[in-house]
Write a protein that binds this ligand. Structure first.
Ligand code: NIG
Ligand code: FE
Length: 418
């Protein structure tokens, strides 16, 4: 092989996970592109070589990092977060511990409604600062791409302000941020005229958000939030405005929401704690990804679990997200991986594919969640030797070195990599 130029080479990799194909419907060692004794070369933010060290071409590298025989994987992709908000809901944790449900708290004007009140009253600087701090925590734990939703404004002006904050904060963090407009709940002012608010979203907010840079549109479709019929109306408006679709479905109860992915091109249906197995079979004939949010299950204190066995059986790709929001203040995708293993019985490799390749696929980020030539060089060197050790070692930050677009940005190994 001819010589290669590289900005950075990571050598002495014990186990490299490349995920050359996505989505992974049934991730296992045979389809994950796992290479032992491997080397990675990066040039201008992209992978130019990923394979056995012994087969590597001659590489002239400006920097070399010794991975000390450890595990190296793509950076984590968080496909579901709500990072623009103000206020603290720790009081609600106590209420939930005393037995009040998430829905009771919401319907008595707490929950999302409390956060909306606090967020409307907060300045741009405060909101941007809160989002930036959360994204830096995410980065330190290996998250290199993040989806971010609006949803705590509930007026045209406030939702557009939150979108602007997402877009502006994106420029200040190393991660790639995918902006989503979220129809969260009906504002209290419109409780007796829901239709009017839905029309306002369809006619005004959705087209304006599309013009100002939103990429996805998402609806919290559930008991106590939007109905299926309202969601249909909003989805039609979003598609004609050129937005792509995501959906919060079946978290609190099953009212048919996940079935909307059979009628509309929905990139991801999220939560699914109450989804019946028959729906999963039908979903397997669509392009949708099932995004599971196991740390959010803990914060909602739900006893229901998403239908993991059916998702596997019918080959619906599983993604994982944090659902970072003021009800679930956990920005760490490693916790989502750990919780998916202990609560949902995902295998470590399934959890890793869900937190990288499949999450990226759900966001149309085709050069993320993979480490094959051409993929963006978002990389984690873990303090672990093999994928199977993910989840076995848990509860602390296991990312030793994080690279974003080829640049070392976080971790205890950072000094050695600079
Ligand atoms: O994804 N389910 C809807 N929205 C969020 C919760 C938002 C909140 O409680 O503030 C979720 O869980
Ligand atoms: Fe959510």
């Amino acid at each position: 092989m001819q010589g290669l130029e590289a900005d950075i080479v990571i050598h002495n990799i014990g186990e490299l996970v490349t995920f050359p194909e996505k989505p992974l419907r049934r991730p296992e060692r045979g389809n994950a592109g796992i290479v032992g004794n491997a080397l990675l070369a990066v040039r201008r933010g992209k992978i130019v070589y990923a394979g056995p060290e012994a087969d590597a071409p001659n590489i002239r590298a400006r920097r070399r990092v010794n991975a000390r025989g450890l595990l190296v994987t793509p950076g984590l992709v968080d496909p579901h977060t709500h990072p623009v908000f103000s206020g603290d809901r720790s009081r609600e944790l106590l209420l939930k511990l005393e037995g009040r449900s998430y829905r009771e708290i919401l319907e008595s004007g707490g929950g999302i409604y409390y956060t909306v009140e606090m967020t409307r009253g907060a300045g741009d600087e405060e909101l941007a600062h809160g989002m930036e701090e959360a994204l830096i925590l995410m980065l330190e734990h290996g998250t290199t791409s993040v989806e971010a939703k609006t949803g705590y404004g509930l007026t045209v002006e406030e939702e557009l302000r939150q979108l602007k904050i997402i877009l502006e904060t994106s420029k200040r963090v190393p991660q790639h941020v995918t902006p989503t407009l979220l129809a969260h709940v009906i504002p209290q002012e419109y409780m007796d005229s829901r239709e009017e608010y839905v029309e306002l979203l369809a006619a005004k907010l959705i087209p304006q958000a599309a013009m100002r840079g939103a990429e996805y549109f998402d609806v919290f479709c559930d008991k106590g939030a939007y109905t299926c019929e309202e969601t249909r109306r909003l989805f039609r408006a979003a598609l004609s405005a050129g937005l792509k679709l995501r959906l919060h479905a079946d978290e609190i109860a099953y009212i048919g929401c996940s079935r909307l992915a059979l009628e509309f091109p929905v990139h991801s249906v999220d939560h699914l704690e109450n989804t019946p197995p028959e729906v999963v079979e039908a979903l397997s004939r669509t392009r949708t990804v099932a995004t599971l949010l196991p740390t959010s299950m803990l914060s909602v204190f739900t006893s229901k679990k998403p239908p993991v066995e059916a998702l596997r059986r019918y080959g619906v790709p599983i993604a994982l997200g944090t659902d970072y929001n003021p009800n679930n203040m956990n920005p760490n995708m490693q916790s989502a991986i750990d919780a998916s293993i202990y609560l949902l019985r995902l295998k470590p490799l399934e959890a890793l594919a869900a937190a990288t390749a499949n999450a990226a696929y759900s966001l149309d980020l085709h050069d993320r969640g993979c480490l094959a030539p051409g993929c963006r060089a978002d990389i984690i060197v873990w303090g672990l030797e093999r994928v199977e050790q993910l989840g076995y070692y848990w509860g602390y930050n296991r990312a030793l070195l994080v690279l974003s677009e080829g640049a070392p940005v976080a971790g205890d190994m950072l000094e050695a990599a600079l």
